[in-house]
Unconditional design. Sequence first.
Length: 154
Amino acid sequence: MTDYRYATYADLDFLVEERLRFIKVGPTHPNYADIRDNCRAFFENGLKEMTCDAVIAEDNGRCVGTAIAFYYLSVPSSRNHTGRNAYITSVFVEPDYRRQGIASEMLRRIVSRAQAYGCVNIMLTATEMGKPLYEKLGFIQTPGAMLYAPETNA
């Protein structure tokens, strides 16, 4: 049976390691130490300031899935009068646990928490594998954004 819980400060090292694994950054990466330290600072501050959450799915004490959300403010608008937003990232379920509803449950919990915090916009970037699940849970595809990268136009 899968158990679900929100990460606590005691999970800090675990969250850092899981994020590094998710983005495929290991000790041989040239920026490993910086990325690791920045991830640690992100989770340390985020958990303390309640600007991020992580749902952990466990089976007999083994982590089998994670989902992370971070919260941020934007300028309030007619669609989002609070200016509160959530971005979901690092949704992952171990391959031998997929297709058992684990990702769905983690997402329901992270969305529920974001809504409880007053987030109007709850966003994520979907992979092709995850897109059907996200659509089933009520996410819709919107046009992409532009990334500021002046060095590529030189």
